[in-house]
Write a protein that binds this ligand. Structure first.
Ligand code: GDP
Ligand code: MG
Length: 192
């Protein structure tokens, strides 16, 4: 079922373990249609998305960020089925989360807040890296959520924020480099 996952991309090299052999699980959350699978396919090095309408996928890559390699397993499984079991599993399994909304869809933005609250509840005492992503920034004329609203929400929810366009590949690399840096920061603070 990973038939449409190719092996190379300029910013990403094929999978392998990093210096401490650890692989970090990153889970994509967000309402249907906001662009989770599009972002995941870019991460996975899949350029053409048209023949890829799968409901659940996992992408295994290593990213070199700041001259250091980190292995990431990216889970695009939030919508794989509607079971509560899967939702609970997703909330428990991640080392880091990417919560996506569409800047053209206010209700997906509200849903993102809900997801952040659920995550906080599920993982109370843990300080998990989270990035809030406003995707579809290319759709200027149908924008319903401003950059300021997005970043204000991230401040309230104590997470990082970035706007992306999966269509234009804008800020997508920054997003995944950002999640790697967040993971490293939390890891370093735990080790001290
Ligand atoms: P998912 O349901 O969250 O996995 O969303 P998809 O990745 O399947 O994307 C839903 C639709 O939005 C598809 O038709 C995508 O081509 C489109 N889409 C995704 N990202 C962008 C983007 O950044 N800009 C625009 N204009 N369309 C996008
Ligand atoms: Mg999808």
């Amino acid at each position: 079922r990973n038939s449409c996952v190719s092996d190379s991309s300029d910013s990403v090299i094929s999978s392998g373990s990093d210096s401490d052999g650890q692989v970090y699980k990153v889970v994509l959350l967000g309402e249907h249609g906001v662009g989770k699978s599009s972002l995941a396919r870019i991460f996975g090095g899949v350029e053409d998305s048209s023949d890829c309408e799968e409901t659940g996928n996992t992408y295994d890559r290593s990213l070199v960020v700041d001259d250091e390699e980190t292995s990431i397993l990216l889970y695009d499984i939030w919508e794989q089925d509607n079971s509560q079991w899967l939702k609970d599993q997703c909330m428990r399994m991640g080392d880091a989360y990417i919560i996506v909304y569409s800047v053209t869809d206010k209700s997906s933005f509200e849903k993102a807040s809900e997801l952040r609250i659920q995550l906080r509840r599920a993982r109370q005492s843990e300080n998990i890296p989270i990035i809030l992503v406003g995707n579809k920034s290319d759709l200027v004329r149908s924008r319903e959520v401003s950059v300021d609203e997005g970043s204000a929400c991230a401040v309230v929810f104590d997470c990082k924020f970035i706007e992306t366009s999966a269509s234009l590949h804008h800020n997508v690399r920054d997003l995944f480099e950002g999640i790697v840096r967040q993971i490293r920061l939390r890891k370093d603070s735990k080790e001290e």
